[in-house]
Design a binder for this molecule. Structure first.
Ligand SMILES: [Zn+2]
Length: 426
């Protein structure tokens, strides 16, 4: 592994981390007037780059002890979360200092991307400022999509009475696993503003229980715990609420914000919501947590420009494509159903979760059985298990409405791939 002694310097409104493999930059007009006493942001940025490119960096600038200790835990977590794409980062910090930087009191900043989670975070935590990062979900180069997103986020901030700061960075191009590493980028940017703010924050995407089903993701509470430190405490906002609860909260308390919310990744040129991708379809189902049907219809119109009946939404959704996706889908169905009054959507979601749970159990028993069979070769039990699965398949095929078409896709894509024939068990 090569060693890379980096240079960190500010040039006007831009902080630059110069490495042998390129320059990581961060630009914002705010930087012009703020000398930094500590370089915690550079430590975190280099930790992300080192994990992705297996490089050894030496950072010869002051770093606070609290940031060093926290980011070391984060560094240990990265290759465990993504062993195929990330390695153990090595960043040497010969100049560790005790916290000496003083922040302005009673000023706080939360990252705002314009989606449901961060809009909920800002609407409930009410920070003095929000941070929009150009180079996170959208490319760092100027684009009409980002301009429109900026307009959406600016409008959300106006409604909530907070000031917006925009920062541009190319840090993402030094990262190889966005799904795992993206909170590291958010927190790197927040640390650049540590002289301005007493506390920072970014939105939790999931409830704590969902973290368990979705493992691994980057936006988990356990990861957030390694990104906060006493120089700049960072809160993971909203981990006690589901997406359905966040949407219902916004609909009842801040209905004026929903016209500006951008939830879709399929329309980066416009920041609009396509209304038909997987994320938009799930959001449409989550909207049913709004009990007032007129309000729900108006929110769906604001977000997507049209209304789709819920049975059609379920029919359009793709079948789970992995064990993890199966787990996530079962939990989502049950989580949404639990927020609904008695009715056909609650029944459909509960039924869908039941069918997927049967499938999951069959798959789990099957793989266990293959192992047992190798040891004991009990043919009769193999037959019984296969008959059980055949009965399940027949039950699924014999269902009506979406229960006919949708599970067939599940079964064909999942069981056909995973089901073992007697021959393979010999
Ligand atoms: Zn979409």
């Amino acid at each position: 592994m090569s060693t890379d002694r980096v240079i960190v310097a500010r040039d006007g409104a831009t902080w630059r981390i110069e490495t042998q493999s390129g320059v990581i930059f961060f630009s914002s007009p705010v930087f012009e007037h703020t000398p930094l006493a500590v370089y915690d942001f550079a430590l975190l940025a280099l930790t992300l780059a080192s994990a992705s490119h297996n490089r050894h960096f030496v950072l010869p600038y002051p770093v606070t002890r609290s940031a060093y200790e926290s980011f070391k835990l984060y560094a240990h977590a990265l290759p465990l979360l993504s062993p195929d794409l990330l390695s153990l980062p090595t960043v040497d910090c010969p100049h560790i200092v005790d916290n000496s930087q003083t922040s302005y009191m009673e000023r706080s900043v939360i990252c705002l991307s314009g989606g449901i989670d961060s809009t909920y975070a800002v609407a409930t935590a009410r920070p003095s400022h929000t941070l929009l990062i150009q180079g996170a979900d959208y490319p760092v180069e100027a684009s009409s999509g980002f301009s429109q997103l900026n307009l959406r986020v600016t409008n959300i901030c106006k409604q909530l009475g907070c000031e917006i700061i925009v920062v541009q960075t190319n840090l993402r191009s030094f990262m190889t696993d966005w799904g795992i590493q993206h909170p590291g980028l958010l927190v790197t940017c927040l640390n650049l503003f540590s002289v301005h703010f007493q506390i920072g924050g970014y939105a939790a995407d999931l409830r704590l229980l969902q973290d368990v089903f979705r493992y691994p993701t980057g936006n988990m509470a356990g990861v957030a715990d390694c990104l906060t430190h006493s120089t700049l405490p960072i809160f993971h906002v909203g981990a006690n609420k589901s997406r359905a609860e966040k949407i219902a909260h916004l609909a009842y308390n801040h209905p004026e914000l929903l016209q500006y919310v951008s939830i879709c990744y399929d329309s980066p040129q416009t920041s609009d919501n396509c209304g038909t991708c997987s994320k938009c379809l799930w959001t449409r189902l989550h909207l049913h947590a709004i009990r007032d049907s007129n309000l729900r219809a108006s929110v769906e119109m604001q977000l997507f420009g049209n209304l789709i009946p819920h049975h059609e939404i379920i029919n359009r959704q793709a079948a789970p494509d992995s064990d993890r996706d199966l787990r996530i889908t079962i939990h989502r169905c049950l989580a949404i159903a639990s927020t609904l009054p008695e009715g056909s959507l609650k029944t459909d979601l509960t039924e869908r979760a039941r069918i997927l749970t049967l499938l999951q159990q069959t798959l789990a028993r099957e793989s266990k059985f293959v192992y047992e069979l190798r040891a004991s070769r009990i043919e009769a039990e193999l037959r019984a298990r296969l008959e059980e699965q055949t009965a399940l398949n027949q039950a699924i095929y014999a269902s009506t409405s979406w229960r006919l078409t949708w599970p067939i896709r599940v079964v064909s894509e999942f069981v056909a791939r995973k089901a073992k024939t007697p021959k393979s068990c010999e």
